[in-house]
Design a protein around this ligand. Sequence first.
Ligand SMILES: Cc1cc2nc3c(=O)[nH]c(=O)nc-3n(C[C@H](O)[C@H](O)[C@H](O)COP(=O)(O)O)c2cc1C
Length: 310
Amino acid sequence: MKTIYPADLAHRERHQFLLSGVAPRPIALVSSMDSQGNHNLSPFSFFNAYSSKPPILAIGPAIAAKTGKAKDTWLNILETGECVVNTVSYAMVESMNLASCEYEKGVDEFEKSGLSKVPSVLVAPPRVQESAYQMECKLMQNIELRRDLGGNGNIMLLEVVCFHVADSVLVDGKVDPRRMDLVARMGYDYYCRADVNSIFEVQKPRWNGIGVDALPHHIRESTVLTGNDLAKLAGVQVLPMLDGSFPRFDREFRADSVEIELANNDPEAALYVLLALQRTHDRAQLQRIAKAFLALDKIEEAWQTLLLEG
Ligand SMILES: Cc1cc2nc3c(=O)[nH]c(=O)nc-3n(C[C@H](O)[C@H](O)[C@H](O)COP(=O)(O)O)c2cc1C
């Protein structure tokens, strides 16, 4: 493992190194307006939400380290106290990228990027029509970061005064992330896409799990079960005991190969074969079957399979 101190890195290197570790970051496509009424649109990935009561976001428009030039977005929001944060879907990623070009102040990046304006309700800057989720914001506070040390960062705390969401991304009144198809920024020129292939669910713990430290030693030391597998097993409320009625097969099997059944994602059939072969002393096979149950979120079955060892 390499140990790195920020002061030992050149600015550019430190910037990319930091961004590689704080990733993926959501992207705020921020529309703002100066006091003359010129519109501006720029992306910021120093962006997140920090409060929901009231809803408060933060963006970090920096002073350019090379030129010392302040971002127009920053100047506009300081001047007028308003902006709109628009989310960025995969369908808009190239337009968003174009809007990040360093155009002169007063140049309208809506025009440059080809993205369309829709009037806002409570603030003057327009929203981005192509964005499925938009937040009208008022500036709450601007924090300049370590100017005493030559720092170039800023944090703008923005209070959301109005949300807009496309009907197409709502399913049963909830935002469906698969329909949002958001993109996020990583280090260097890398992005990632939160689409149907990469989104998954992890249920919130419903109680305090027993913890990995409470698992039997031979399970904790398993070379088959991963850290994620152990954490799933350790999420139970109490250490399970063998249930004499396990397994209760309520279907017929014509199986005779643990390998084939596991490859086919059918731990129940694999367990049937192991029992038929009277091989419950085979700890590694039991753990592989338990692992397959865990992959299907069948925690109780995984535990009972491990407890069959004997
Ligand atoms: C995906 C993406 C994320 C960005 N995030 C930031 C950021 O968090 N802070 C920043 O100062 N610049 C960021 N930039 C660069 C600005 O978008 C760029 O400097 C832009 O031209 C600023 O425009 P403005 O001067 O019109 O506000 C980002 C660029 C891209 C493409």
